[in-house]
Design a protein around this ligand. Structure first.
Ligand SMILES: NC(=O)c1ccc[n+]([C@@H]2O[C@H](COP(=O)([O-])OP(=O)(O)OC[C@H]3O[C@@H](n4cnc5c(N)ncnc54)[C@H](OP(=O)(O)O)[C@@H]3O)[C@@H](O)[C@H]2O)c1
Length: 242
């Protein structure tokens, strides 16, 4: 296994949920972190916890959808950390609804956040990642493999994200860059709590996947020897009926 100590990682959506779990997991491996999200307060809370083990944690609060967001990240990252080893795409938006009634404005919002943002951020950071033979992780969803009823818009964005990751892998491997997608099932996060509320079901987070479970498989895949590449990981809660 390779050591991640002192590697530099960008984690988007690091202020809560799965992104928070991955950020703290990487901090425990003494990775230097560049945490991205909109909510400065939650990002700083995660940064504070991460500093207990990581040698350096920076916070970059921005709306990734906004014009100029990518330029700001590249400039800040280059100036403060000078390079990049790991890019984790975890920021994302969700909504549900029947195809007949779901609004096209909502579809556009999901596209911008879940497809256009990771595409542009990867494009912006790829030169830095190639220099260090880095790694790119797309936190996708089980809906990115099998679309279910009432989540067509979200699932379409996740299928698009899978295509971006698969195509990029074919392009970037020759530069020594590894690319993998993770397809989690229901994970106990603020988003999932809101989904259970919408579904009118009791939320029992202890029966779901934990953000730390997803972080564990991500970090293990990142640490694989450089002779190997993990390409796709599916992970789901043991309790399927819940
Ligand atoms: N929870 C699950 O069951 C589950 C299952 C499969 C896949 N996933 C995927 O895992 C990822 C994280 O899920 P989660 O449940 O942890 O989600 P979450 O609780 O909704 O958190 C989403 C994160 O994305 C950030 N974000 C959203 N829009 C952004 C924007 N425009 N600019 C910057 N940051 C933005 C949020 O930042 P702020 O809070 O700072 O706004 C937040 O930290 C998502 O991509 C999701 O599709 C989740």
């Amino acid at each position: 296994m390779i050591a991640l100590e002192n590697h530099v990682a960008v984690v988007t959506g690091a202020g809560q949920g799965i992104g928070r779990g991955i950020a703290l997991g990487l901090a425990a491996k003494r990775v230097r972190l560049f945490l991205v999200g909109r909510n400065s307060t939650t990002l700083h809370e995660v940064a504070e916890l991460a500093r207990a083990s990581s040698p350096l944690v920076l916070v970059h609060a921005t709306d990734l959808v906004a014009d100029g967001a990518m330029t700001g990240i590249v400039e800040n990252l280059s100036k403060q950390l000078g390079g990049l080893d790991v890019l984790i795409h975890c920021a994302g938006a969700y909504s549900s609804g029947d195809l007949q009634t779901a609004s096209v404005e909502e579809f556009d919002r999901l596209y911008r956040t879940n497809v256009r943002v990771p595409y542009l951020l990867t494009q912006s950071l790829l030169p830095m990642l190639k220099k260090r033979k880095g790694q790119i992780v797309f936190i996708n969803s089980s809906q990115g493999l099998h679309a279910r009823a009432r989540v067509g818009q979200f699932a379409a964005t996740q299928h698009a994200l899978k295509a971006i990751a698969d195509s990029l892998r074919d392009e970037a491997n020759s530069d020594g860059v590894r690319v993998f997608s993770v397809y989690p099932g229901r994970t106990a996060t603020p988003r999932m709590e809101a989904i259970y509320r919408l579904e009118g079901k009791e939320y029992k987070p202890e029966l779901l996947l934990q953000a730390e479970d997803v972080a564990e498989v991500v970090i293990n895949a990142l640490m694989m020897p450089l002779t190997a590449e993990v390409t796709n990981i599916t992970i789901r809660p043991l309790m399927k009926s819940y």
